[in-house]
Design a binder for this molecule. Structure first.
Ligand code: PHE
Ligand code: NA
Length: 512
């Protein structure tokens, strides 16, 4: 399929779109509680090591793989991995690698986004409720309020459908008039909102401690505590790097497939990684951690996924100007989420285009319907069972939101570096303003980065076994016997989506 592909309209547009892809709920919602749960200063040491030796090299490789695929008319990674692997392996091996990569990516963009879109919906709902006073009465318990939210069909469906409708509208517009235009509005908004929140966070006076409390939160995050360093914080840190840079999902390659043949890669990839890290460790780290620490202390910080939706609402209604600050916070999450989710949405639109010749407008409507279907179990579990455990979502997140990303990262290195060999380096450096030196390619990209990923994979597997995720009924589900069918449903859907995609992509590659 050599149909005319769209290109990015401008360098700025490209950088903002790629930054929008990376900067998401991962930065503002996931990073703070991961860092808090894993020892703060003890988390940041493996975090930066993983960023430098694994994250940035893999990001550059993904950019170049995407630009390469785009040149042959492809925006999804099945064909990309196949084309590169074929250079150094038999057709059979290349086919299997390509189909594996394509099927994992497809499972991730369908299923990860199926729950991510819900969380984006919650952020919009909470922005609305914060502005209109929903939980602002201090007698309301924010835990039960959140439960009330996810069990309320009208709240859940309204804001979820609005989210999907915006994605649908943007995807219809295409790369320049859709994705790029959205990024040009949303990204500056995110930075402005974040700066306002940051100033507020640093000027907090604590109701309990009159001294300058926010500094204690910053100290918690930035004081290295070598003695607390352990395997589980290292795993969490490396997993966060994958998630936050959108690695191992196929969506960086998809955006890079709209580059022109000689467009710069190395500098641009490093620039977007820097924007992401600034938003994550500087902005999110300086907003959420000090606010939570000031009002809730170190224990409150550990409230996990509930930090944004349960702990912070408690804070917003106590602090001066809390409803404005709270509304800005949830809108910030919303914008960050939408500019990431559109990358997954667009991946699927591209898949329909190149696999079935479906045009973009029709494709967007099909994907809208697909996300409704895929997201339905997530909405229904708390509503139908009257519980708040979200085991379907949890089970999806364990696999498509973390484990499979690492597996895909390894397949990418195997094909784009090990099998593509020195052409991989040429491809990276072609048109690039900064060049990757040969020693860096052969030592870091060829050895250190994959070693990092393999170690991560091995220890993740051990960790999953220990936590009982590999059992027929995983340990985390044992306490909720009536929810076990939801876990099985999640597993069946994952296997089904994976197998269907594998067969479909294998056959398509075989005909290439
Ligand atoms: N990098 C994104 C983030 O930090 C990850 C992501 C992208 C998740 C697209 C879902 C969809 O949030
Ligand atoms: Na991110």
């Amino acid at each position: 399929s050599f149909h005319e592909r769209e290109h990015w309209g401008s360098k700025l547009g490209l950088i903002l779109a790629m930054a929008g892809n990376a900067i998401g709920l991962g930065n503002f919602w996931r990073f703070p509680y991961q860092a808090a749960k894993n020892g703060g200063g003890a988390f940041m040491i493996p975090y930066f090591a993983a960023l430098l030796f694994m994250g940035i090299p893999l990001l550059i490789i993904e950019w170049s793989m995407g630009r390469y695929g785009g040149r042959y008319g492809y925006g999804t990674i099945g064909p990309m991995v196949y084309l590169q692997a074929k250079e150094g392996a038999s057709k059979k091996v290349a086919l299997v690698l390509g189909a594996l990569a394509g099927a994992i990516a497809l499972s991730v963009v369908v299923l990860l986004n199926s729950y991510y879109n819900h969380i984006i919906g919650w952020t919009l709902g909470y922005a609305w409720l914060t502005a209109t006073g929903g939980y602002m009465d201090p007698s309301v318990d924010t835990v039960s309020y959140f439960v009330h939210y996810i069990q309320s069909p009208s709240l859940v469906f309204t804001f979820w459908i609005i989210t999907l409708a915006i994605l649908w509208y943007v995807a219809r517009g295409g790369v320049q008039k859709g994705v790029e235009r959205l990024a040009k509005i949303a990204m500056p908004t995110i930075y402005v909102f974040a700066l306002i929140l940051l100033i507020r966070a640093l000027t907090l006076g604590s109701p309990v401690k009159p001294e300058w409390a926010p500094i204690k939160g910053l100290d918690f995050l930035w004081a290295p505590r070598w003695n607390e360093l352990n395997w589980s914080s290292t795993l969490a840190a490396a997993g966060q790097i994958f998630f936050t840079l959108s690695l191992g999902m196929g969506i960086i390659q998809n955006y890079a497939s709209y580059l022109k043949k000689d467009d710069d890669i190395v500098t641009s990839a490093v620039a977007t990684a820097s924007l992401n890290e600034f938003a994550e460790v500087i902005l999110a780290g300086t907003i959420v951690i000090p606010i939570a620490f000031t009002f809730l202390g170190p224990e409150g910080l550990k409230s996990g996924v509930g930090l944004s939706f349960i702990a912070l609402p408690n804070v917003f209604r106590t602090m001066v100007g809390g409803n404005v600050i709270g509304t800005l916070w949830f809108l910030l999450l919303f914008f960050a989420g939408i500019t990431s989710s559109i990358a997954m949405f667009n991946y699927l639109v591209a898949f329909l285009e190149e696999q079935f010749g479906v045009d973009r407008k029709k494709g967007s409507s099909v994907i809208f319907a697909l996300y409704i279907l895929a997201g339905l179990p997530i909405a229904l579990e708390p509503i139908v069972t009257k519980t708040s455990e979200l085991l379907y979502l949890t089970e999806l997140d364990n696999w498509v939101g973390s484990y499979l990303l690492v597996v895909l990262g390894l397949i990418e290195i195997i094909s784009a570096v090990w099998l593509f060999k020195e052409k991989g380096l040429e491809e990276i450096n072609n048109g690039s303003y900064w060049k990757v030196p040969k020693w860096f390619y052969s030592i870091v990209m060829k050895l250190i980065t994959p070693a990092f990923i393999i170690v991560l994979l091995v220890f993740s597997t051990i960790d999953y076994a220990k936590n009982g995720y590999l059992k027929v009924v995983p340990d985390f589900a044992k306490n909720y016997p009536n929810l076990i069918p939801w876990v099985f449903a999640a597993r069946s859907v994952m296997v089904l989506v994976f197998l269907l995609s594998f067969i479909l992509i294998y056959r398509a590659l075989n005909n290439m």
